[in-house]
Design a protein. Sequence first.
Length: 342
Amino acid sequence: ALHYSFARKSQNQHQMSRNVLQVKASFKVAILGAAGGIGQPLALLVKMSPLVSDLHLYDIANVKGVAADLSHCNTPSRVRDFTGNDELANCLKDVDVIVIPAGVPRKPGMTRDDLFNINAGIVKTLIEAVADNCPDAFIHIISNPVNSTVPIAAEVLKQKGVYDPKKLFGVTTLDVVRANTFVAQKKNVKLIDVDVPVVGGHAGITILPLLSKTKPSVAFTDEEVHDLTVRIQNGGTEVVEAKAGAGSATLSMAYAAARFLESSLRALDGDSDVYECAFVESEVTELPFFASRIKLGKKGVEAVVASDLEGLTEYEKKGLEALKVELKGSIEKGVAFAQKQT
Ligand code: NAD
Ligand code: LMR
């Protein structure tokens, strides 16, 4: 089988030792929205994972061909396709992790919140099926606006009586991936070593890179901090504008989602040293959801690294206070949508 490794050195070393030990593929993964711009390259990366035994691809269109194509790769996982509401339950049966990139992407001039009207309903419907068929699975939500779709998912799961806050994640890995890339470029440091925690949410100023907590420690001028922060916050828009109407980030997003999935599978497999940033239910601030570094374990979020919010610079403190206002509104909008529907 082909193997790949993500980002940090420890992960690469970990991956190598895994390959030597011939990891047994044992986890079932479902991708909902698998025929889309993110779904297809994500499915390819997941097909390459030595930890995956079954890969279920669901979409409302074009998924048969994607699955047929992918199934010819001689890697361990078995690929199956599912389409339409009637096949959703079967797609979800016994799945360990569900990744959801279903929904419409931005075009130039739009905010992520402009996607709410379409994507809120899509996420709600999919999560209802998840609640009915695999309530114990880890749920990775990619569909935007993440700051609202995660609270919607939580409400739906609560209404169904199966909400486990430790297993619901808004995927913010792309913000970390971007931060690591941009910092390494700007400061000319070795990319594989760089790790920047990114907290808050996943839209504009709610994306707050904590550059002062960069590992290994890097010195930035005030101007560098400002330029890097703005570039990381606008990374999505940079891609939307470059694609000029043909969608938003898909390849870097697939890479980031595959990294977060691999981390989740390693945690499920018993690895006790797995940390990622994600948007989760949280008590680190007064807001009910917040992205921060979390420790992942077999049961989901094992701990939230609250210490990342201690000892912030004045610039970061200001950013944190400003983002809370917008993030609160987006969370409340999601909760109100889900409650109104019942
Ligand atoms: P896309 O339009 O290329 O693909 C979306 C897919 O979802 C399509 O194949 C479509 O058929 C499918 N779909 C629509 N409704 C569905 C439903 N009810 N059930 C199952 N599948 C359904 O879009 P994309 O570029 O893949 O982006 C998908 C979403 O991911 C967008 O909302 C985008 O904003 C978001 N996104 C999030 C991040 C992040 O960091 N969290 C990054 C990039 C994109
Ligand atoms: C991203 O950060 O690339 C995504 O959230 C997609 C977008 O609309 O920017």
